[in-house]
Design a protein around this ligand. Structure first.
Ligand code: PMV
Length: 323
């Protein structure tokens, strides 16, 4: 028992997770596949301290309200339960996401917290156990335990729903460009958005069937090093996810006109011979999947055409203890 510090990188899904089969355990309705990013990460330190009467949580140096700390505390409770302890902790997180990159940080946040809190509590968890634990904080965090390309198997219970590294053809040297069209906090969080889609969208069952098939096709394409298929499946999974929210009741969408303009621009760039494919998550920002060879040209073209910030990243490493 003591003090531990961990670093976890964020990830962007090529095959999306959208919708839960079990809310409490965060079991997803579909499997998902993501790329961990080198450029964006969270550092979290956890120190259990017998003199504390409650957990304290600081984010980027600022003490957070009891309400903001509640989700973090509930997660640390899972660790305490497992370690058979009752001690409260100081939790301090710093997000290293370039200013206004507009990337969700819950994946890197809960992956770093899972690694730091379990280590500080003296638990020796395997990467699979860490992935299952991180999943309970935020579904996408299960994937940030691992580096490079990762698959999260949807599973059927707590034990079978975990992420693991996905082998891919070394000829695929992928890059991701995060295009910032809006850095406002999202209006409908992913938790609520998913719930509404599951409960009311007539497209939801179709999404589950089609996305599960896309996950299998993606594995074949990644093994083959087939970039056009990897890219096409990436765009399609994103579009299917967003279509499912548009058919919810009441309907909603995370995409703005400029988001769609970027999807169209990716198609225009492909027509000139560049390998670039668009994806978007629970917000209007677009991420462009491209290759090491084409990344600089894509970045330059996007910035020439749109008045936006864009940040490029290569694949990043697994979550780990630092210091
Ligand atoms: O883990 P959450 O609850 O932040 O959900 C993330 C869902 C998406 O980012 C929209 C898709 C994904 O697979 O990451």
């Amino acid at each position: 028992m003591g003090l531990s510090k961990a670093r976890a990188h964020t990830n962007i899904a090529l095959i999306k997770y959208w919708g839960k089969a079990n809310q409490k355990l965060i079991l997803p309705a579909t499997s998902s596949i993501s790329m961990t990013l080198a450029a964006f990460y969270t550092d979290t330190q956890v120190e259990f301290d017998d003199s504390l009467a409650a957990d304290s949580f600081t984010l980027d140096g600022e003490l957070q309200s009891a309400k903001a700390a509640a989700r973090v505390s509930a997660f640390v409770d899972l660790v305490r339960e497992r370690a058979g302890m009752h001690t409260f902790a100081h939790i301090a997180s710093v997000n290293h996401v370039p200013t206004a990159a507009g990337l969700a940080s819950s994946a890197s946040a809960f992956a770093a917290l899972a690694v730091a809190a379990s280590d500080a509590a003296g638990l020796k968890l395997t990467p699979t156990e860490l992935s299952r634990l991180a999943r309970r904080g935020s579904g996408s965090a299960s994937r940030s335990i691992f580096g490079d390309m990762v698959i999260w198997h949807r599973g059927t219970d707590d034990k079978s729903s975990y992420a693991e590294p996905l082998a891919m053809n070394p000829q695929l040297d992928l890059r991701m460009i995060a295009v910032v069209v809006d850095d406002m906090p999202k209006s409908i969080g992913s938790r609520v958005g998913m719930q509404r889609t599951v409960a009311t969208s007539p497209y939801f069952p179709a999404w589950v069937t089609a996305n599960e098939a896309a996950a299998r096709e993606m594995q074949t394409a990644l093994t083959a090093g087939d970039m056009p298929t990897v890219g096409a499946l990436t765009e399609r999974s994103a579009m299917m996810m967003h279509a499912s929210t548009m058919a919810a009741n009441p309907p909603f969408t995370y995409l703005q006109p400029v988001s769609l303009a970027l999807f169209n621009f990716a198609a225009e760039l492909r027509a000139t011979g560049l390998q670039v494919y668009a994806t978007a998550d629970a917000g209007p920002n677009v991420k462009l999947l491209t290759t090491a060879q084409d990344a600089a040209a894509v970045l330059q073209q996007v910035q020439a055409k749109f008045n936006v910030k864009a940040v490029m990243s290569g694949p990043g490493p697994a979550a780990r203890i630092i210091d």
